[in-house]
Ligand binder design. Sequence first.
Ligand code: SAH
Ligand code: TYD
Length: 406
Amino acid sequence: MAACRICNNHYQEFISFGQMPIANGFLLPENFEQEYYFEMKVGFCTHCSMVQLLEQPDRELMFHEDYAFFSSLSQGQTIHFEKLANRLIKDYLCETDPFAVEIGSNDGIMLQNLAAAGIRHLGVEPSENVAEIARGKGINTICSFFDEELATRIIEQHGHADTISSANVICHIPYIHSVLAGVKKLLKQEGVFIFEDPYLGDIVEKVSYDQIYDEHVFYFSATSVKNMIAQHDLELFDVEHLDVHGGSMRYFIARRGSHQVTEKVRTLLANEKALGLELHETYQQLRRNIEHSRDQLVEILEKVKLEQGSPVVAYGATSKSTTVLNYCGIGPELIDFISDTTPIKQNKFSPGMHIPVKSPEDLEKKQPDYILLFAWNHMQEIMNKEAQYNARNGKWIVYVPEVKVI
Ligand code: SAH
Ligand code: TYD
C-alpha cells in the first residue's frame, strides 16, 4: 500500500520488476560494486486512474552533469520537434513578442527552432551537460528543476508565458502538483500547456513494458491527466496521438473554460473506458502479458545463442533496455554487446547486467546473424540505416508488440 501522488488515496502494486538499477546509469567496472538498486514496483490507483511507480530514486541520481540521453541524436526526433515548434509558432506564438518556456529542454532539440525564428524563449533543464550543449547553440537555458518556486522566478525575470511545452519530462516528475501549480502561475490568462509522454493505452495494448523504468514515475492516460489537472482548475482541451517513443499522447491544457474542448478529447476518454484503463483487472492482465513476453524472449535468446551458438548483438543501449535486461535476467552470456551511437555510453557497461556497450563500427565488424532490437521505437530510421544487414538476410529479434524473429 502507498499513497497516490495525485489524489492521496491508497493504491496497490500490480507488478514488481524486482531490483532495478538506474536506467541510464551506464558504468565502468570499478563502479559495479557501488551500483544503486531499488525495487521497481508499479501500481494503479482505482480512485484517479493513475498508474505510477511506488518508489523512485532521488532525482539527482538520474539527472546530473553526466546525463546520458541526448535528444538530438535521433534524426526522427529532430524532425518531430521541428514540426512541433512550427505548430507552436503558427497557433500559439503569433501575438507581439511572445514568450515560450520548455520544461526539460535537453540539448535544445525543440527550442533551436524557436531561437532560429527569433522568438523569446527559455529552456529549463537540470542536467548540466545537455543544458550546456543547448547554450552552445544560442538557446537561453536555465539549469534547474522546474517547480512552483522556479516558475515564480521565471515570472520575475521574463514575465508570463504564452506556451509551456514539455516532451518526455512531465511523466518523470513525482512532485507533479508543484509543477502544475507553477505552470498555472506562469501561463498568461489564455496561455497553453502542451506536453507529450508515452501513452498508457499503447503500453497496455503493445505490452511495451520497457517504457517502465526509474525516470518514468507516471504512465499517463487522458483519464488520469484530466483527473490530475482538475485539482488545479486546468482543463484538457485537445489531444493528439503520436507515433514517437512507441506511441505517445500530446495533451493540450489551459485554464478551465478558456479554450473550447474538442470532440477528440471526448472520443479518447470513451476509448479509454472501452479499453478498461480505469479497471484494476486490466493491470492484472497486463502483468500476465508481461510475464509471458519475458518468458518468450528468454526462450528465443537461449535457443539462438546457447543452442545454435550464434552471436547476438543488441541495437540501442536505451533506458528501456535496462528494464528488459534486468527483469528477464539477460546478461553477457546471451548478448555479446550492445551497439549504440551515443559516445558517452560506448566502452561502458549496461546498468545491472553489465553487458558491454560498443559503437556501431563494432557491430559492422561483428556481422552477427541476429540483432535484438532495443531501440524499436526508431524502427523506421534503423531499418533505413541497416539496409545492408537486411540485404544479407540478417535477423531481428523484436519483442513489441510480440516476441518474434523477423
Ligand atoms: N524533451 C526532450 C528530453 C527528454 S529526457 C526530448 O523529448 O527528447 C527528460 C529530460 O527532462 C532530461 O533532460 C532531464 O534532465 C529533464 N528533467 C527531469 N526532471 C526535470 C524537471 N523537474 N524540470 C525540468 N526538466 C527535468
Ligand atoms: P531512445 O529509444 O530514444 O530512448 P530511451 O533511452 O528513452 O529508451 O534511445 C535511443 C538509443 O538508441 C540511444 O542511446 C541512441 C541509440 N540509437 C542507435 O544506437 N542507433 C540508431 O540508429 C538510433 C535511432 C538510436
